[in-house]
Write a protein that binds this ligand. Structure first.
Ligand code: NI
Length: 170
């Protein structure tokens, strides 16, 4: 199965609000499997469909994050149904490689969605996994983690990203 190309934050698809998925077909299942492989290969915590160029309401996330294992699941049309507490911790994004920042997130969340068999699923998460879910939800809204920061900090990170990108191109 192919490893997909991850779009970086300069690609306009990262700013698109995702469309709800009406049909879970073989193509979508294949996409999700490829996204899981791509996430593992990139050593990411999760990946949203628009990060591989498809603005669908779907992401994969690694439930094994806090256990030191890998357990990737797919959520279709996810919605965060509860949020509690606050926590500031470091966050990064596969579409903004090598750039990290302290981001404030809810400490605990409940999220609902549909799995690839069409069944309703619900997860409760806290800590790093709760962060990963919120981060992927942001992607589905066309938002990036640095949108949660102030403008000065965000601009600084953008410059840092562009500098790193340029270094790689040279
Ligand atoms: Ni991301």
């Amino acid at each position: 199965m192919p490893i997909l190309t991850i779009k970086n934050c300069l690609d306009p698809v990262l700013r698109k609000k995702s469309q709800l998925i009406e049909n879970i077909d073989d193509e979508l299942v294949q996409l999700s499997q490829d996204m899981m492989e791509t996430t593992l290969e990139a050593r990411g915590a999760g990946l949203a469909a628009n990060q591989v160029g498809l603005p669908y309401s779907l992401f994969v996330v690694d439930l094994g994050l806090e256990k030191g294992t890998h357990e990737l699941v797919t959520l279709v049309n996810p919605v965060i149904t509860a949020m509690e507490g606050e926590e500031i911790a470091e966050e990064g994004c596969l579409s903004i490689p090598e750039v990290y920042a302290q981001v404030k997130r809810a400490k605990q969340i409940e999220i609902k969605g549909i799995d690839l068999d069409g069944n309703e699923v619900r997860y409760e998460a806290e800590g790093y996994l709760a962060r990963a879910f919120q981060h992927e939800m942001d992607h589905l809204e066309g938002s990036l983690f640095w949108d949660n920061l102030g403008k000065i900090k965000r601009d600084l990170l953008k410059r840092k990203f562009k500098k790193k990108l340029k270094e790689k191109e040279e």
